[in-house]
Design a protein around this ligand. Structure first.
Ligand code: ADP
Length: 384
């Protein structure tokens, strides 16, 4: 089978004209972030934001042109309003380093509310918090799902945005699947589960489709999931960030108007300073840290209930104190936490009267004043 090359793909895309500008989309410099992995191709088409909605046929023609090439098994094209950094080559797919200033907004300090950072809040959404971790596998998504459900049980209207587009886990954890619909053909209605409105790339892309897109495409996908969804009135939108502290995460943190970030850490992760990296990432983009959660804090035996502190519990609390960041609470390592989230029913929903739901609710209670009502003032962060 012929090897698929960047030239093949760009050659096919050069056959796709921009209907308004009289030239092909490659010659016009509109194609960026081209990624080819096995037979899977992804790229972004950069367009003026005003033209975005009218250019869906262009996006589809571009996908089709590439799909028709030999050796292509899947194509994902996204329209993006974001410009590649100067000098960025089409195949590079590197995330932008500089924050994009939303149009009409001055450079420098955001105006008025701290929420203006990263653009305006989506209509009806009162605050957005990120749940992040220094590395994968610490239970960030499990925590995000349970905290979201706990916030909703406390009476808040809650949305959950699965920004972990490389490995979306919310459909599975929240037990929701299917394709969201778009009654007006413009905005997508989120799905709903356990009292929480949910948007995840997992709803839009087949689970089998590898997530190969990077850079501008990731940013575009996140912006679409944030802004082109009918969230309605939300007290808080919880964003499950991708794990790690690389450029993609940094760019995301810059582009979402976050009220603050919650760092999930295990005791050993604290020891390895991964959580500190997470904190520093948000600090770089001036997003306040709302606190640290210690997950898998100790082992709670499902048989006898005995508590074993495998990793030397309490590291996160001590580290939070040292960094002058709030400690929001600790969640034990317990089989039923994993089983319930694997079964699509987070433990807060499955066993609302149990001790683990109570632990998550305590965290949600600690978060509420930091995100709601008069307390929307950004908390002071002092991170060394
Ligand atoms: P991350 O989002 O940080 O990659 P996940 O939330 O996907 O991590 O969790 C990784 C695995 O650990 C999952 O199988 C999840 O069910 C399990 N897990 C997370 N937190 C706990 C916990 N407190 N007790 C037991 N299992 C947990």
């Amino acid at each position: 089978m012929a090897t698929l090359t960047e030239e093949n793909v760009l050659g096919a895309l050069a056959q796709v004209p921009d209907p308004d500008r009289g030239g092909d989309i490659v010659a016009l410099g509109m194609v960026s972030g081209l990624v080819i992995k096995d037979g899977n191709v992804g790229f972004a088409i950069e367009v003026d934001p005003e033209r975005g909605p009218a250019l869906e046929p262009l996006r589809q023609s571009a996908e089709k042109a590439v799909y028709d090439l030999a050796g292509v098994t899947s194509v994902t094209a996204v329209l993006t309003a974001h410009r590649q950094a100067q000098g960025g080559e089409p195949g590079g797919g590197q995330p932008q380093q500089a924050p994009q200033q939303p149009q009409g907004q001055p450079q420098g300090e955001p105006q008025g509310q701290p929420q203006q950072r990263g653009g305006a809040l989506p209509d009806g959404v009162r605050s957005i918090i990120a749940v992040a971790s220094g590395k994968g596998g610490v239970g960030k998504s499990t925590t995000a799902a349970n905290v979201a459900v706990a916030l909703s049980q406390l009476g808040a209207s809650v949305g959950l945005l699965d920004a972990d587009i490389y490995g979306p886990s919310m459909p599975r954890m929240m037990g929701v699947s299917g394709k969201p619909t778009s009654p007006d053909g413009q905005k997508i209605d989120p799905l709903e589960s356990h009292g929480v409105k949910i948007m995840s790339m997992g709803f839009l892309v087949d689970e089998e489709t590898p997530m190969i897109w990077r850079g501008p495409m990731v940013q575009s996908a996140l912006q679409q999931m944030l802004r082109e969804v009918t969230w309605g009135e939300l007290d808080v939108l919880v964003v499950d960030m991708p794990p790690g502290t690389g450029d993609a995460q940094l760019t995301m943190a810059q582009q979402v108007p976050l009220a603050g970030a919650v760092i999930v850490s295990t005791p050993q992760d604290i020891a390895l300073l991964d959580a500190r990296k997470g904190l520093n990432m948000f600090r770089k983009v001036e997003v306040p840290c709302l606190g640290i959660i210690e997950n898998m804090s100790y082992f709670a035996c499902p048989h006898c209930g005995e508590r074993t502190e495998i990793f030397g519990h309490g590291g996160a609390r001590a580290e939070a104190e040292r960094l002058d960041v709030d400690f929001l609470g600790e969640i034990p390592l317990h089989l039923s936490i994993r089983e319930t989230s694997d079964a699509g029913m987070p433990i807060v929903a499955a066993e609302p009267d149990g001790p683990y739901a109570a632990a998550y609710r305590q965290i949600a209670e600690a978060l509420l004043p930091k995100i709601g009502g008069g307390a929307r003032q950004a908390p002071k962060i002092v991170v060394q």
